[in-house]
Ligand binder design. Sequence first.
Ligand SMILES: Cc1cc2nc3c(=O)[nH]c(=O)nc-3n(C[C@H](O)[C@H](O)[C@H](O)COP(=O)(O)OP(=O)(O)OC[C@H]3O[C@@H](n4cnc5c(N)ncnc54)[C@H](O)[C@@H]3O)c2cc1C
Length: 381
Amino acid sequence: MEPENKTYNCAIIGGGLAGLCLAIQLADEGISVVLFEKNEYPLHKVCGEYISLESWDFLVGLGLPIETYNLPIINSLGISSEQGFMLNQSLEMGGFGISRFSLDHYLYQLAIEKNVTILQNCKVNSVVQAGADLQEIDTVNGKFRASVVCGSYGKYTPSFIQKNEKYHSRINSKSTNYIGVKYHIKSDLAANRIELHNFRNGYCGISKVDQDWHCLCYLTTAENLQNNAKDVKLMEENILFKNPFLKDYFTKSEFINPNPLVISNIQFRNKQTDVGNIFLLGDAAGSITPLCGNGMSMGMRASKILARELTKYFRNQCSIEQVSTAYKKSWNTAFSNRIMAGYYLQNLFGRKNTTHFALKLLDKSPALMRRLITLTHGEKF
Ligand SMILES: Cc1cc2nc3c(=O)[nH]c(=O)nc-3n(C[C@H](O)[C@H](O)[C@H](O)COP(=O)(O)OP(=O)(O)OC[C@H]3O[C@@H](n4cnc5c(N)ncnc54)[C@H](O)[C@@H]3O)c2cc1C
C-alpha cells in the first residue's frame, strides 16, 4: 500500500466501469490516481450486460482489445407482452454482450498496467476538505490525500455523502423500490438477439455474453417479492411465468448457477454531477432505469467528459469551478434526452394491458419504434 503521506492528483471512490474508465484516462495523461474499491475483482454484478455499440471505439481507445474477445454483436430486438405478443425490430446502433465479471476485471487489469493505484477491499468512509487544494479520504485501510475526489460508487449513495448539505436527493417516501435479479444461463436464443419480456410490474432482458452464456436479468418492484413470501423462485413462478416466453426460458434453459444474484432497494432518482467538491459519475450521478438504455455506456461517456475537464485543470488551463460548470453542462447535453426517453418507456413497460397495446401500436409504427430506440442509444464517442 502507498505511504499515507503521498498526495495523489485524483482519488476515485468505486471501481465499477465508470470509475475504472476515468482512472485509465487520467493515468494516460500522467495524472496520479488512487482508486478505492470496497470489493475484490473479479466479481459478478446485477446488470443486463448489453452494451450499446456507441462505446466500442471508446473501449478500444482505452487500450482494451475487445475485438479479440469474440463477443456477440447484437442487432435484433424482440419485446414481448404478458399476453404472448412479440414485437420484432432490428437495431440500427445495436450492442454487444460481455459479462461484468469479465469486463470490470479487464478494465481493472488495464488500470493496473497504466499505473493506477488500486486498493481493493478498501471502503471509503468519509472525505473531508483538508486545505484549499487538498482532500482527505478516510478508508478502512487508513487515510489518503488527493487534490480532487471523484465518486463513482454506483447506485447506493454512501452515508457520508447523504449527510452532505449539498446533496440534493429527491427520493421521497412514494418512490418505488425495485429489486434486480440476474442469472447466467445456457440458451438457444440467437447470439445477435436481445429480448425484453414484460410481466406484471417488471421486465426481463435476455442476451448473449462471453463464455457461451446468456445473461437473464430482470427488474421488478420489491412489492412483487414481498407478496410472494420474499421468495424469488415463488415470485418467478407466480408472476414471471405468466409471460409464456419467460416460462420457456426459465423451464428449458440450463442455469449456470441455480441461485441468482439479487440486489434490492433500487430507486431511480434525479441527477447531480457534484456534491461538496466531489465530482460524480456513472450511477452515482443518478441511477437511471435500465430502459433509459445503456447505463454502462452513459457511465463510460461521463468518464470521458470528466477526464477531459479534469485534464485541463491539472494542466492549469482552468479552475476547479470551471471544471464543475463545464462538466455539468456537457453531462446534461449528453444525457437529458435519453433520460427523458427512459422515463416514458419505463411507464409503458411492465403493465399488462398498457404494454400489450403499446407494443401492438409500435408494431404498426416502425418509424416511431426506431425513433424510441435511437433515443436510448447515443452517438459513438
Ligand atoms: C437490473 C439492471 C439491469 C441493467 N442492465 C443494463 C444493461 O443491460 N446495459 C447497461 O448498459 N446498463 C444496465 N444497467 C445499468 C448499469 O448496470 C449501471 O449503469 C452501471 O453498472 C453503472 O456503473 P458504475 O460504474 O456507475 O457503478 P457500479 O458498476 O455499481 O460500480 C460502483 C462500485 O463502487 C464500489 N463502491 C461503492 N461504495 C463504495 C465505497 N464507499 N468505497 C469504495 N468502493 C465503493 C462498489 O463496490 C462498486 O464496485 C442495469 C441496471 C440494473 C439495476
